[in-house]
Design a binder for this molecule. Sequence first.
Ligand SMILES: Nc1ncnc2c1ncn2[C@@H]1O[C@H](COP(=O)(O)OP(=O)(O)O)[C@@H](O)[C@H]1O
Ligand SMILES: [Mg+2]
Length: 306
Amino acid sequence: MSQLIVQTEKLNFSYSKSKKDIDSLDLEVPKGSIYGFLGPNGSGKTTTIRLLLGLLNKNSGNVKVFEKPFANNRIDTLSKIGALIENPSLYNHLSARENLLIASNYRGNIKKDRIDEVLETVNLLRVKDKKVKTFSLGMKQRLGLAIALLSKPELLILDEPTNGLDPKGIIEMRELIKKLNKEDGITIFISSHLLSEIEKTCTHVGIIREGKMLFQDTVKALTASQSDQLQIELETDDKHRTYDQLIQMGFEIKSIEHEEHLLLVSVKEKSQIPVLVDSLRKNDINIYQVMIKNNLEELFLNLTEN
Ligand SMILES: Nc1ncnc2c1ncn2[C@@H]1O[C@H](COP(=O)(O)OP(=O)(O)O)[C@@H](O)[C@H]1O
Ligand SMILES: [Mg+2]
């Protein structure tokens, strides 16, 4: 198994006694990955990130970053992490370059030419002397990213970096993230509430809801499980004839629900659904309902509704 850059074990945290905000969370971020932390608003993404960075104190469980317990190596660990949480705090009345100068001053150990380097990386070199208040949101986000890159981090943590950006801004940020991962080998942990965003950018994914990890694997495995094990719920006017007909056609019928008219049928891909429907219609079976029941798919629907 590949080396884990971030690992939590049974991480628990609550803001108040009434509710568990992070609930026994096991997070595993492999070295070199772009890890998408996916969950609807309020599911605990920002809270988890604050716990990883030691900005909040966990109630119980372990947090390891770079294979060491975070608590014992805080300063050393943080020097290797670049983070962008929610909106970057920038001085609007100053230029991009001046913002980076200030950030590098309180970070220390950063050479002057590093500022132009990061400006170039995020494609802001040409506007480096313009005041930040004239910047679009996308440019401000990229400047925030430039600040996070100043200390040449091994791990970048980005909290919803495309939130509020226009389509062009989203694509620029996505390409930038991929480039930093590929060319500089930076492991990237990125949170989002959009499945489509994670699918396009990430190699790995963890899905969180109400503080619990629901699924964690490679994006490839996620896509495969989406298309491989499609289950559909079928309601017709004649359950037994439907059953016989589908068995004859070679469909796998996983279980017969207790409900009078419902069948649960496995199909390999969506394109089999119209085939199935056509054959039932040809046999004068009336179809009242065809519903995709794949757990993961349902999960996504819920997630992406937000
Ligand atoms: N400062 C806070 N005080 C109390 N509750 C909070 C605070 N910040 C977040 N929460 C609650 O913790 C839960 C997780 O929030 P958050 O981590 O911000 O979710 P996400 O980033 O996924 O949108 C939510 O129920 C939210 O209302
Ligand atoms: Mg958040």
